[in-house]
Design a protein around this ligand. Structure first.
Ligand SMILES: [Zn+2]
Length: 442
């Protein structure tokens, strides 16, 4: 890593950035902290300058839901390549999902992932612990040992699989209360989705593909909201994808229950029509994802819910797969899309350019809320004096065709290839050290 900036100098001044899209200001960084914010700051001769006129300063983004694939599937992604992709996407912290091989269901595995993140140094890696041993859904993993480990796990999820047994889900919700943890549920009733290939609806009917019905998600979310309320615990719903789910979460929140939810960038932009008819033809597995792309009405409901706070945050569900697992016939293809390097662009397109969110709203939903839900220290804080210098500088004015050829991720399964999207992450700072400068790894 190039430590030119920040190592040979005793500080950095970012000049003329619009903090959360507001008026231009200068930001002085020393010793990993924001030490001064105002106009006309110089910091003296020993300070490096980063010109940021026209750029928006956001708190470093935090992802609650990333698949880094290490250990076990290093052909798809590694902690190093995945965190490089995260930094290029403006992230300073990611939560690494537990469905690795071996599964992150012990203190040993979560500490291994956490250390790999520290060593790579591109962004903080906060491991998520599995809820059940081996994601088997039969007995609880060592939740307490993972919480007490060096990795200090607070988010537990069998993501990729649903904790479908109501008794186990109840026990997990009860257990995590001891250390202020949260159970992040992949809401998918397994019997209702056996063999499912895409959203159940008009398009799946025409294409003859087995449908993944909205009720399979909504039934689990309803049940888990009730369980969380019953035991007085924290529940987080992963990748909400249907209008009905939004209604249930809105109802649970109106009761005052401690339920939070995330939506992925792709569920804010793409619809199931693409499986039938898209620029890359029909039955293209690039659009195969779990939960599946839904209808235009679902997309509209998800956007509204993210805008009004019913859905708390955006999480990428970055799911890298090697070419051979994706470029095959639809039924055999792996489910998932990469998303770290395009998340902010998609959110700008779906939420900012539609007038649904301003940049302060984006900061809340892509940094502050996910850090709060994950109980992550030092991230997701307001850009103010004394805060850790975790920052993203973003240029919202450019538009460019998405070209994954230059991505840092090891995998290329992006649904946006060739699409013109707005914005560019220009710089990312992790505790005052640039991880990205001028759009490239520093
Ligand atoms: Zn999932």
């Amino acid at each position: 890593m190039n430590d030119r900036i920040g190592a040979t100098r005793d500080g950095i001044v970012i000049r003329g950035a619009r903090i959360l899209g507001g008026e231009p200001a200068d930001i002085l960084i020393r010793d990993g902290l924001l030490v001064e914010i105002g106009r006309g700051l110089s910091g003296g001769e020993t300070v490096e300058t980063v010109e940021a006129e026209g750029l928006i300063a956001l708190p470093g983004l935090v992802d609650l839901h990333t698949h880094l694939r290490e250990p076990g599937r290093e052909d798809a992604e590694t902690v190093t390549t995945g965190t490089r992709a995260a930094a290029l996407g403006g992230y300073t912290a990611v939560h690494a999902m537990a469905n690795t091989d071996p599964v992150a269901d012990t203190a040993g595995v979560v500490e291994q992932v956490w250390r790999l993140g520290q060593e790579a140094g591109h962004c903080d890696v906060q491991p998520v612990g599995a809820v059940t041993v081996g994601l088997g859904g039969e007995r609880l993993a060592e939740l307490g040992a993972m919480a007490d480990s060096a990795a200090r796990v607070r988010v537990f999820s069998d993501d990729g699989k649903c904790v479908s047994d109501a008794v186990l889900m109840r026990r997990a919700l009860e257990y995590v209360k001891a250390f202020d943890g949260v159970v992040a549920q992949h809401a998918q009733e397994p019997r209702l989705t056996a063999g499912a290939q895409m959203n159940e609806g008009a398009v799946s009917g025409r294409l003859g593909l087995t449908g993944w019905p909205a009720v399979a998600e909504e039934a689990i979310i309803s049940r888990d909201c009730l369980l969380a309320a019953h035991v007085g615990s924290r529940l987080h719903i992963c990748h909400v994808s249907t209008a009905g789910s939004v209604e249930i979460i809105r109802w649970a929140k109106s009761k005052g229950w401690d339920v939070t939810a995330e939506v992925t960038p792709h569920h804010l932009l793409l619809t199931d029509d693409l499986v039938e008819d898209s620029p890359v033809g029909s039955y293209n597995p690039i659009y195969k994802v779990n939960p599946p792309l839904r209808t235009r009405a679902d997309v509209e409901a998800l956007r509204e819910a993210l805008a009004d706070g019913t859905i708390d945050c955006v999480a990428t569900d970055h799911a890298p797969h090697p070419v051979e697992d994706k470029e095959t016939e639809w039924a055999a293809a792996a489910m998932g899309m990469i998303g770290l390097e395009t998340a902010l662009a998609v959110v700008q397109e779906a939420m900012v350019e539609t007038g649904l969110l301003d940049w302060a709203g984006v900061a809340e939903r892509m940094s502050c809320a996910p850090a709060r839900i994950g109980r992550l220290r030092g991230h997701g804080q307001p850009i103010e004096v004394g805060a850790p210098a975790n920052l993203t500088l973003y240029d919202p004015a450019v538009r460019a065709a998405v070209d994954p050829a230059g991505y840092a991720s090891k995998s290329r399964n992006t649904p946006y290839q060739g699409l013109t999207l707005p914005g560019r992450v220009v710089a990312t700072f992790l505790r005052g050290r640039p991880t990205v400068l001028d759009g490239k790894l520093a």
